[in-house]
Design a protein around this ligand. Structure first.
Ligand SMILES: *Cc1c(COP(=O)(O)O)cnc(C)c1O
Length: 425
């Protein structure tokens, strides 16, 4: 048997489908966010990143960097082992207290990533519940799907954000059976938001447990950055809140917060927690600093929303096919994997703008897109520069503009002025 052949064939298939992925070789520059150095074939260029999930630039916040420096000079680099074998490191204990408080829950538990937190928690919770039936939104993230699979429990997929469908499935399951509803607050590729209160109502009526992924909302929504559940005063109505420390908090790691008994059970039974080395104290200390900052500071959130709205308005005004989004996530429809990759390449080569193409299986085929994530640090000038670059690329590659009225570039400058004056800055 020619083993290598199988792997070469697997890669060839991706090439044939035009969705072979290439990662840009980037180096972020502290103090110049969202600028980065791009190394390509021996050249180094400074470019602008428009697709980072460091949504608030906290990965470069001086207080966060300082917390990391301080912790490393006091405690060194690694954690030194799994928590079962080598004990807790103190910054991790502090971090879990901070997270429980952030979501107004009894306890929190930190994992090495958001992916692991979903996989380990969902699978363990559903495995411990007898004959559990899982209800999972069809657009749930891959890490949640892994958790559902690994649990071995029966599952029902409900149509995205479709409450009538969810209710129909809940009703069919009956009140007695153990049930777990898993869903996200902000869906990361479309930027839409779940009807959390209505799902909580259904869960109450049909006696189901609820598990929400707030990865794309923590730090960014709510008065204290506790996510959409915080913003809508619903934390107490959802059993388990899951989040990441790697996106708006700018560090690394994932977590769940919830009732003490559930958290303790996951801590005690989940292989994905037990058999892996704990997060290093430097990361835990930096994450805690970032959370503490965003619990009190509104400035990053205010400016984030302001620049996201401005970007949407300016791109829509230029008739770029901005997909409807209720959040800071701005998808621009391309609808073809090869064009999507070409658009991304041209933006980088010609305009020094980096936006990674989003292709299948991250999104369904035919909905390939560029996913733009403005931050508080994307200035008005950068927004206009982005619009001009996208218009050039769309025109050069013949990608369809949106069908509304004729494009008008001068108008977009008026929109910029309007949006800026509306936002008061
Ligand atoms: C990124 C992401 C995760 C995983 O979080 P990491 O900390 O990056 O592992 C989980 N859920 C959703 C919806 C995500 O987008």
């Amino acid at each position: 048997m020619d083993y290598r052949r199988f792997f070469e064939d697997a890669i060839d298939q991706l090439h044939a489908e035009k969705r072979y992925r290439v990662f840009a070789n980037l180096e972020r520059i502290v103090g110049k966010f969202p600028r980065a150095l791009w190394r390509d074939a021996g050249n180094i260029r400074e470019i602008t990143v428009w697709c980072s999930n460091d949504y608030l630039g906290m990965g470069q916040h001086p207080d966060v960097i300082k917390a990391m420096h301080d912790a490393s000079s006091r405690m060194g680099s690694g954690a030194g082992g799994t928590r079962n074998i080598s004990g807790n490191n103190h910054p991790l204990v502090e971090l879990e207290i901070e997270l429980a408080d952030l979501h107004q829950k009894e306890a929190g538990l930190v994992f090495t990533s958001g992916f692991v937190s979903n996989e380990a928690s969902i699978s363990t919770i559903a495995r411990l519940l007898p004959n559990c039936l899982i209800f999972s939104d069809e657009l749930n993230h891959a890490s949640m799907i892994e958790g559902v699979r690994r649990s071995g429990a029966e599952k029902k997929i409900f149509r995205h954000n479709d409450l009538a469908h969810l209710e129909e499935l809940l009703k069919a399951a009956g009140k007695e059976r153990a049930k777990l509803i898993v869903f996200e607050s902000v869906y990361s590729m479309d930027g839409d938001i779940a009807a959390i209160a209505a799902i909580a109502d259904l869960a109450e009526e049909y006696n189901a447990m609820t598990y929400i992924d707030e990865v794309h909302a923590v730090g960014m929504y709510g008065n204290r950055g506790g996510g959409i559940t915080d913003r809508e005063g619903l934390s107490h109505r959802i059993d388990i809140i899951e989040g990441t420390l790697a996106k708006a908090f700018g560090t690394l790691g994932g977590y769940i917060a919830g009732p003490r008994s559930v958290i303790d059970a996951v801590r005690s039974y989940a292989p994905g927690f037990i058999f892996t080395t704990a997060l290093p104290p430097v990361i835990a200390a930096a994450a805690t600093q970032s959370i503490r900052h965003l619990k009190v500071s509104q400035e990053e959130r205010r400016r984030h929303q302001c620049q996201a709205q401005l970007t949407k308005d300016v791109l829509a005004q230029a008739n770029l096919p901005v997909m409807k989004s209720e959040t800071h996530i701005i998808p621009i429809h391309v609808g073809d994997p090869e064009l999507c990759k070409k658009a991304s390449d041209r933006l980088l080569d010609l305009h020094g703008i980096y936006i990674q193409p989003i292709n299948y299986p991250t999104v369904p085929r035919g909905t390939e897109r560029l996913r733009i994530t403005p931050t508080p640090f994307h200035s008005n000038e950068l927004v206009v520069e982005l619009k001009d670059a996208l218009v050039e690329v769309w025109t050069a590659l013949g990608i369809p503009f949106s069908k509304e009225s004729a494009p008008s570039i001068e108008n977009s400058d008026r929109v910029v002025t309007l949006a800026i004056s509306k936002a008061g800055g």
